[in-house]
Design a protein around this ligand. Sequence first.
Ligand code: GAR
Length: 203
Amino acid sequence: MPVTRLVVLVSGAGTNLQALLDAAQDPAYGAEVVAVGADRDGIEGLVRAEKAAVPTFVRKVADSATRAEWDRTLTETVAAYEPDLVVLAGFMRLVGSDFLGRFAGRVVNTHPALCPAFPGTSGPADALAYGVKVTGATLFVVDEGVDTGPIIAQTVVPVEDADDVESLHERIKVAERTMLVGTVGKLAREGFTITDRKVRIGT
Ligand code: GAR
């Protein structure tokens, strides 16, 4: 079976990336990380990739004249690695129409909330402020909206009375990494289809 080529985009600590790198050590996993990209320098996620001897690149929005140009540059850079699947793992930018056009239906994102609740960049804080008793993480296929794409997998975690944003996000991330690794492996090995927003893994 051919190995699924993953390009992973990160903006921060890269613990989700690390979980993928670790899983991909096993040939039976069915996927390999062929490159790691970021929208900023000096982040732990890039260090993790370098330690794993995976090629890295940085494409900063500020280095492009317009947001559309940044999107084109990012698209071309990612395309050069010929990914089967692009995984946004803590990538804190919205990819644009060029990117989604090129990799249509093959870009997945992990979000630290139960979509469609609490989209955006502060999912754990918004869940805590709202007072929900459970929250979690969602893996979805990226579309033009903010965390609105077809849902592939979700995992639920409790909110504890004593939680602050950091403790809640850390609990989410433990469950999120397991969900991400397990689901991306299945997508790689079994493929998936999307019909009327319903994602089905396997044939
Ligand atoms: C993850 O919890 C991910 O879901 C979140 O950033 C964290 C990155 O952690 N992404 C978003 O909030 C995107 N809206 P990591 O860098 O340790 O993998």
